[in-house]
Design a binder for this molecule. Sequence first.
Ligand SMILES: NC(=O)c1ccc[n+]([C@@H]2O[C@H](COP(=O)([O-])OP(=O)(O)OC[C@H]3O[C@@H](n4cnc5c(N)ncnc54)[C@H](OP(=O)(O)O)[C@@H]3O)[C@@H](O)[C@H]2O)c1
Length: 250
Amino acid sequence: MSSIPVVVAGITGKTGEAVAKTIQHTTGLRLVAGIAKNHAGEHLGARWSDPDLDLSICRDIEAVEPLDYAVLVDFTEAASAFERLQWAIVHQWDMVVGTTGFTAEHRQQLTRLVERYQVGLALIANFSVGAWLLEKVAVEASYFFNVAEIVEEHHESKRDRPSGTARRMQGLLADSWRRSPDDIPVHSIRLPGLIAHQTVVFGAQGQVLSFRHDVHDRSAYAPGVIQAIQKVHALRGRLVDDLGVILDRD
Ligand SMILES: NC(=O)c1ccc[n+]([C@@H]2O[C@H](COP(=O)([O-])OP(=O)(O)OC[C@H]3O[C@@H](n4cnc5c(N)ncnc54)[C@H](OP(=O)(O)O)[C@@H]3O)[C@@H](O)[C@H]2O)c1
């Protein structure tokens, strides 16, 4: 079977670089292009000290060498990603997206477009299995507790606030309790020394129950991203936002 060509947008970023290096060393996947903003034009092989890697970083998706098909992996920021995803959809590429900060309107439009063009979109707020398990245990706890608050802590350069992971947790608890997501408070902390951490604290008479997940290294996201790349073509016509679908545990 031929390998899957993969284009990584955000290849010079903290997460995109970790993910792209794993893609490069995964059998069955082929890193064919990288996209970035300020580092566009740089040679990726030189940047990674890899003489076997002969790729220049593109300014955006239109500048990538023409490809009949690829999977677009995106870890950038929402505004430019939204434009890039529309390009990928029209060109019949499947997409694995970790970028957060999309609006509800963005998501509605993307849902309509993937259905119309019959491409797959895995739009996952957090690709780490630990964050997904935190969702599962928190939803289980929501059957027994009826009030909670979320604390999300990230590095100081994170743009969106609250995080996509916290917004998703808000939505899951709100669905379980049939309330508005705004009724579940989120506390956001941005400090150097942090990477990505989330705590869900449930309270009831006489007791408190806390669940916490910590990412200490961005390699935590790579296995989920790799599995999503391998499966996204089978999601044709769908926007999937639950990592459980990718892990076959939905
Ligand atoms: N879903 C998940 O599991 C997960 C995990 C971690 C992070 N994230 C999300 O992933 C995104 C990136 O996070 P990060 O911490 O890796 O950010 P980062 O270190 O700031 O990296 C951002 C990357 O995007 C590129 N970029 C920014 N604006 C661009 C544009 N207009 N066109 C093309 N490329 C552009 C940057 O290129 P230059 O370096 O050249 O400027 C850089 O490569 C955020 O939305 C974050 O919330 C998701």
